[in-house]
Design a protein around this ligand. Structure first.
Ligand SMILES: C[S@@+](CC[C@H](N)C(=O)[O-])C[C@H]1O[C@@H](n2cnc3c(N)ncnc32)[C@H](O)[C@@H]1O
Length: 322
């Protein structure tokens, strides 16, 4: 049985089927088998709560992709740290949530991004920002139970707090996995860029919201100063009349040089959003880069209904064990 503090699943060498690859991730995210995280939280009065975010089953696919990458990133970054290239490995969750996510249409709650990272002891620090006071309080309490002393929660607007976090915790010897998972147009990249100015060693996974396209549609229909300003606050290089995807990819290009990139669509019965991964890597890392892009293809071809079926299977395997 897996115990509290166990690591994220580091992808295995042997060949697994596509379904198995997602299933293993969903089992981990659903805290099965064993319910070690949920049991620890429940016994501290910090189990599922009405302040938790609630999203459809497609959210499991987002968390699968993140958790898969956490496994790779933390292993490699740690190896580099042992070799003296870095002195700290940090997971920075710009939009932290409360630590648990309720899956709508079910009675299930699963582990959110910060908790997934906090379970991985290869991160020296896990730092999360959350604007909502109730969610931030829950996240703080949960992380105290799950990884005492290793996680920090900042309450407030990440676009403002980013400077304080970077000044306090980041040097050019820090390697960071930066997860940017807003619900809409909340991130201001002109501000978040402060992190990349401090250290070049940042990998990013960004949830690129479909709200950008809706807003672009509105701008195309009637050029409106407010809408254009809003778009520019997310994507400073956006030019009205041009595709925002090009602007955001160009922005990442400028921020990261010539990194490896991938874009994965997260779908319910329609595309909900896409995840953009930008990674600073050399050719020597090509084997895991290949494996990451293969996993991206599996996520691309899955949808919320499939994820829900796997979640139910993960839960029923558990039920039949006890
Ligand atoms: C999509 S949810 C994040 C879910 C989380 N990644 C997880 O897996 O549990 C977005 C979160 O960002 C928070 N939020 C919204 N605007 C924010 C801001 N400007 N700064 C920090 N957090 C913000 C919301 O309250 C919400 O909990």
């Amino acid at each position: 049985m897996r115990k509290l503090g166990d690591e994220n699943i580091t992808p295995q060498k042997e060949k697994r089927s596509d379904r198995d690859k997602i299933f293993r991730q969903i089992q981990f995210i659903a805290d099965e088998p064993g319910k070690n995280v949920m049991n620890a939280l429940n016994s501290s009065g910090l189990g599922p709560n009405q302040s938790d975010n609630e999203y459809g089953p497609h959210t499991l696919l987002k968390l699968c992709y993140l958790n898969y990458y956490i496994g790779y990133f933390s292993t490699i970054a740690n190896k580099w740290k042992q070799g003296g290239m870095f002195d700290r490995v940090i997971f920075l969750d710009a939009f932290g949530g409360s630590g648990l996510v309720k899956i709508s249409g079910t009675n299930y709650s699963v582990l959110g991004s910060t908790v997934l990272a906090a379970r991985n002891t290869k991160f020296d620090k896990v730092v999360a920002v959350e604007i909502d006071a109730a969610k931030a309080r829950l996240l703080e309490g949960r992380l105290k139970v799950l990884s005492p002393g290793r996680a920090i929660v900042k309450r407030g607007d990440v676009n403002v707090l980013i400077r304080e976090i970077v000044d306090e915790m980041i040097t050019d010897k820090t390697i960071v996995l930066f997860f940017v998972d807003p619900e809409g147009m909340e991130p201001a990249f002109a501000e978040l860029k402060y992190l990349m100015d401090k250290t070049r060693h940042v990998d990013i996974i960004m949830n690129f919201t479909w709200g950008v396209y809706r807003l672009n549609g509105r701008i195309m229909a009637r050029f409106n100063d407010n809408d254009i300003r809003r778009m520019k606050s997310l994507i400073p290089t956006y030019e009205p009349g041009k595709d925002p995807t090009d602007a955001i990819l160009k922005m990442f290009e400028d921020l990261f040089g010539k990194p490896y990139g991938d874009q994965v669509e997260i779908r319910s019965d329609k595309t909900e959003y896409s995840l953009i991964l930008r990674v600073r890597r050399t050719r020597s890392d090509s084997s895991w880069v290949k494996s990451m892009s293969e996993f991206g293809k599996i996520i691309n071809s899955a949808d919320g209904r499939f994820a829900l079926t796997l979640l139910q299977q993960a839960k029923s395997v558990q039920d039949s064990l006890f």
